[in-house]
Design a protein around this ligand. Structure first.
Ligand code: CP3
Length: 350
């Protein structure tokens, strides 16, 4: 057993030789190699040029001992392919200049054909797999229907989701129609990613915690169940990530997600007890914990693993994307500390 398979084994709840670790946004601005490329190309050019997307995807695999690679792309390229105009502005983040807020605008969203309309993503996966040469598995990803719906309706990241929730409450039929379109589009997109070579999938429902649990059940869960059921046929592990998953943990489990990725607002031991031993979990270090001095960071990591690794099926990750001002030195230390944790202690407890 080695770096090549410990991530997939942990996703399936099998014993591992060392705890696998990868980091959300592991390819990104905290790395000099990424900033150097970004000085020459826009973010979307990196996403849309398979050779460049592959180069960025590889940066953390080559310089850090991570146990999985993730496709270099963005959740919003799917929305662009549905017919909305996407721009990334340095301070404001992503902006859709023509958000869809009316029944007519929502009806005219198209369901992309992954190979025809997002061929550069499929090609990036094929080129990435080749470049990885089996060193570590490649994770494909998509936004989840609700999180994509918030961008489609708001046009940008939001705190209060006035337009998205406004539509949800005022015109539930149109909102469900949008969620239905998105569940279908993400299912086609993710299945095509697996066909192109993705060995696991992560579905990002970053903003799901904005909903009351009852509203999640009514407006989101049926669509997530359908999505997870359709992805079941791919045979690859599907990881569900959302911020604030602790408020929705049992609902997320009910969706059929195979692995649940947690943010830092819940003790991971408590999350495992609530989910039960059959659900592998991923997480959940606060990305800001990497700003601690080395000895404090080590203690934080070991305490977290002590709670998380009570059963097999554990993948170390951050609770959200790594912050651009993080020191690469601390990231090296994090990975070393995770890998040094004796896994016989996990197996003893099974
Ligand atoms: O994790 C990885 O290394 C893979 C690549 C990846 C990116 N975005 C690259 C990216 C993934 C998996 C995403 C997912 C994504 N994108 C999400 C869900 C996860 C999350 O972070 O909550 C969301 C909501 C988006 C939309 C998005 N893209 C936002 C809000 C931003 C701006 C914030 C920021 O960090 O700048 C982006 C930009 C983005 N996506 C960058 C990267 C590397 C930074 C682009 C740059 O170089 O300027």
């Amino acid at each position: 057993m080695s770096r090549a398979d410990r991530f997939l084994r942990a996703c399936r709840g099998e014993p591992v030789d060392a705890i696998p670790v990868w980091l959300m946004r592991q390819a990104g601005r905290y790395m000099k190699e990424y900033r150097d490329l970004r000085a020459r190309y826009s973010f979307l050019t990196l996403c849309k040029t398979p050779s460049l997307a592959t180069e960025v995807m590889l940066q953390p695999v080559e310089t850090l001992a991570v146990d999985a690679a993730i496709l270099f792309s963005d959740i919003l390229v799917l929305v662009e392919a549905m017919g909305l105009d996407l721009v990334f502005e340095d301070k404001a983040g992503p902006i859709l200049t023509n958000p869809a807020r009316t029944p007519q605008a929502i009806s005219s969203l198209k369901t992309p054909d992954p190979e025809d309309d997002l061929g550069y993503v499929m090609e990036a996966i094929r080129v990435s797999r080749k470049a990885l040469g089996g060193k570590v598995p490649l994770i494909g990803f998509s936004g989840a229907p609700f999180t994509l719906a918030t961008y489609i309706i708001e046009g940008r990241s939001s705190r209060e989701f006035v337009y998205a929730k406004g539509l949800m409450y005022q015109d539930p039929a149109t909102f469900h129609r949008l969620m239905d379109t998105l569940a279908h589009a993400t299912s086609l997109y993710l299945k095509a990613q697996v066909a192109a070579g993705a060995q696991a999938l992560q579905v990002f429902d970053t903003w799901a915690m904005a909903l009351a649990p009852g509203d999640y059940r009514e407006y989101v869960l049926p669509h997530m169940k359908r999505l997870m059921e359709e992805l079941g046929s791919t045979g690859v592990p599907v990881i569900h990530f959302s911020l604030g998953a602790s408020t929705l943990l049992e609902h997320i489990k009910e969706s059929g997600a195979k692995v649940i990725s947690l943010d830092w607002k819940i003790d991971i031991g408590e999350a495992r007890r609530r989910l039960g031993p059959e659900i592998p979990v991923q997480g959940n270090l606060d990305p800001a914990a990497l700003f601690q001095p080395p000895d404090r960071l080590k203690d934080t990591i070991l305490t977290l693993i002590g709670q998380a690794a009570q059963w097999p099926g554990y993948i170390f990750n951050l609770g959200h994307g790594i912050h651009p001002s993080t020191s690469v030195e601390r990231v090296h230390q994090l990975i070393e500390t995770v890998h040094s944790f004796p896994t016989d202690r996990t197996q003893d407890l099974t």
